[in-house]
Design a protein around this ligand. Structure first.
Ligand SMILES: Cc1cc2nc3c(=O)[nH]c(=O)nc-3n(C[C@H](O)[C@H](O)[C@H](O)COP(=O)(O)OP(=O)(O)OC[C@H]3O[C@@H](n4cnc5c(N)ncnc54)[C@H](O)[C@@H]3O)c2cc1C
Ligand code: SF4
Ligand code: SF4
Length: 598
């Protein structure tokens, strides 16, 4: 057992290898600089771990690689035909159908059916509004794209990328970030030294670049330390869950074909179906924080989504290749933290770059990485240090003058209307898109209702108690049983594409849970959990890694955790002294569901 913490100095140390860091490192690597050493640490066990759609306009990506030929990147295609479809409920139109539709939506459905407009229970919009179109863009597998990007970035020798190395925290001295500390290894699940203990190394650097995405521990540490700028908050989230599917023989959709959908399985759930080359598609949904269902299981909803006749006509007979889930920080520009400080800068989704109007994050994140790299080059050429003032004059100035800022501002209030209802939200979004953000509909996040309130009219409190008793007694989440009782049909498992969540964990990727690390999901105040009736963390869990425990505190099984981060923002219990934080401590950790295709 070693107590000695090693320390090493580098010029620039980076946290997380997602699209933002891809933009940063490829730009730095372009002019090989023998006097510059840049090390990037990625927590996942490979450098192509991410989960994303991903359809992107690729403006920043093409700036980095002007001659980019999608044929060189596995699963990539140029964006082709784009369709937007409203999905009606194929299971019934009335009040008692399982999908919870408001009166206005039911009326709209009736009208559409009366006019015989829907085909396959879907109404295709005659055109896609310009703010949603991705003409000239790329359809990617983010895993494959990041592997390709990593190889380009490392080829020059300036940049090293180390996967399987979670950063536990930023090192902060007198308010200045001076580097990072890697996670201790050889600990028990509580983080106590165990056999083979190795304290995580300290990396001291003139500049620390934080691009650890929506639920990264280092970004959240900086948010706690420095706070957010006045008026900013990070209350808007979504969890995206997707499957990569071998399409059945006979489906001849062109690579680059894109379907965006809304309306089903619940009106709040947006979905996508993207066609890659070689008969492969990505299909997924987003479950947003403003969806009021306190038992919002994304996996089961994804299966009902795929079974919708509009999509099932292409998917029936298909085969699961991989799947994954990941959170999105949807507060966008309104969630922007301080972008730079003495010794550090933030890029990508953890810096508020995601655009909630166009549903885009990849190219925005990438472009903020380019902007920081250009600023670093400028500062190094002038022999200037990485102080807050210098970074603001170079990085911040570039960002404020760019399309990322312009479009982020247009998107800022675009989705507020969804807090008042889906139809209001859609109108608000269309208004913001059409008027470039000048008009939108206001709305504030609402407290989630309890199960009894949400299911009023569908299930009685006695029904819910019965389900709770049965499920918690068997150590499972309630969501499936609640959906069954509301009339959702059983999913016809075929063992190929439709399968239980546990089978998907085995078939659709590889969950890594390397031993010797502390659990990354822990409960700050177990007594809060004991009293918590809804246990939303369990109901949202993408991998069934959180289950009811005997004393009311959820049990966490790291071998099933896909590292989606949804539990972090789906705890119902904000802390009294820090309402932005919840009762879940989501720390840096290794592992997660690994598939390089997502
Ligand atoms: C299902 C889904 C579909 C999407 N579809 C689209 C789409 O079609 N188009 C689009 O433009 N965007 C889409 N997005 C959003 C897009 O994927 C994100 O906005 C984008 O990936 C953000 O890039 P990033 O580099 O900022 O962060 P991330 O991609 O989150 O990368 C951060 C990296 O940091 C690593 N990390 C975190 N903590 C640590 C730590 N402590 N130590 C070391 N490493 C760490 C993570 O493992 C991760 O690899 C989608 C997202 C999802 C989930
Ligand atoms: S972590 Fe939060 S949501 Fe989960 S049981 Fe505890 S208090 Fe409830
Ligand atoms: S426990 Fe893991 S899989 Fe479950 S919600 Fe949390 S991060 Fe996602």
């Amino acid at each position: 057992m070693s107590d000695d913490r090693q320390s090493m100095a580098v010029d620039i140390v980076c946290v997380g290898f997602g699209p933002a860091m891809g933009g940063f490192l490829s730009t730095l690597a372009r002019d090989a600089d023998p006097n510059l050493q840049v090390i990037c640490y990625e927590r996942a066990d490979d450098i192509g771990f991410g989960v994303s759609g991903a359809v992107t306009r690729a403006r920043g990506i093409r700036q980095s690689f002007p001659d980019l030929n999608p044929d060189e990147i596995p699963m990539a295609a140029a964006v082709g035909h784009e369709k937007i479809a409203y999905l009606l409920d194929p299971l019934g139109a009335g009040r008692h159908a399982p999908s919870r539709r408001s009166k206005s939506l039911r009326a709209a459905d009736r009208l559409l059916r009366l006019l015989r407009l829907p085909a396959d229970h879907a109404f295709e919009l005659p055109w896609a509004p310009p703010f949603l179109r991705k003409e000239g863009g790329l359809l990617l597998s983010i895993g494959q794209f990041m592997q390709w990007t990593g190889a380009q970035a490392m080829s020059g020798g300036t940049v090293q990328i180390w996967p399987g190395m979670p950063v536990s925290e930023a090192l902060v001295e007198d308010g200045r970030v001076v580097g990072v500390r890697l996670l201790d290894q050889g600990t028990d699940r509580q983080g106590h030294p165990d056999a083979g203990y190795m304290p995580g190394m300290d990396l001291r650097a003139a500049l620390t670049v934080v691009g650890d995405g929506p639920v990264g521990a280092v970004g959240r540490q900086l948010d706690s330390l420095y706070g957010l700028p006045d008026g900013h908050h990070q209350h808007e989230w979504a969890v995206g869950v997707k499957m990569v599917v071998d399409l059945p023989d006979g489906v001849d959709l062109e690579p680059g074909t894109i379907f965006h959908t809304f309306g089903y399985p619940e009106p709040e759930i947006f979905g996508f179906f993207y066609v890659h080359p070689n008969h492969v598609a990505s299909v997924g949904i987003f479950v947003p924080s403003w969806f009021h269902n306190p038992a919002r299981t994304s996996y089961r909803y994804l299966q009902h989504y795929m079974l919708h006749p509009y999509l099932w006509r292409y998917l029936e007979g298909g085969k699961l290749r991989s799947w994954g889930a990941k959170s999105l920080q949807e507060a966008g520009k309104r969630g922007e933290p301080f972008l730079a400080g003495d010794g550090y800068a933030r890029i990508g989704e953890c810096s508020g770059s995601t655009n909630v109007l166009t549903g885009s994050g990849v190219d925005e994140a990438w472009t903020t990485g380019i902007q920081l790299a250009e600023a670093v080059k400028e500062l190094r050429a002038a022999g200037r240090p990485f102080t807050k003032a210098d970074l603001e004059e170079t990085y911040l100035a570039r960002r404020r003058a760019s399309w990322v800022e312009r479009e982020g501002s247009i998107a800022e209030k675009a989705r507020d209307g969804f807090h008042r209802g889906v139809v209001t939200g859609l109108i608000g979004m269309a208004m913001a898109g059409a008027t470039k953000g000048r008009l939108s509909i206001a709305g504030e996040p609402q407290l989630l209702p309890g199960l009894e309130e949400y299911y009023r009219g569908k299930l009685t409190p006695v029904d819910i108690d019965e389900v709770r008793h049965q499920c918690y007694g068997s150590g499972i989440a309630m969501h499936d049983a609640l959906m069954d009782r509301c009339g959702w049909p059983a999913v016809p498992f075929d063992g190929q594409l439709l399968m239980s969540q546990q089978d998907a964990l085995l078939v659709g990727g590889k969950v890594q849970a390397p031993a010797g690390y502390a659990d990354h999901v822990t409960f700050l105040y177990p007594d809060f959990c004991e009293r918590c009736a809804t246990k939303l963390c369990i109901e949202i869990c993408s991998g069934q890694a959180l289950t009811p425990g005997p004393d009311g505190v959820p049990l966490f099984d790291r071998d099933k955790c896909v590292f989606c981060g949804a539990c972090l923002w789906n705890c119902r219990q904000p802390l009294d002294d820090d309402p932005v934080r919840t009762n879940i401590a989501f720390r840096a950790g290794a592992g997660g569901l690994h598939s390089t295709e997502n």
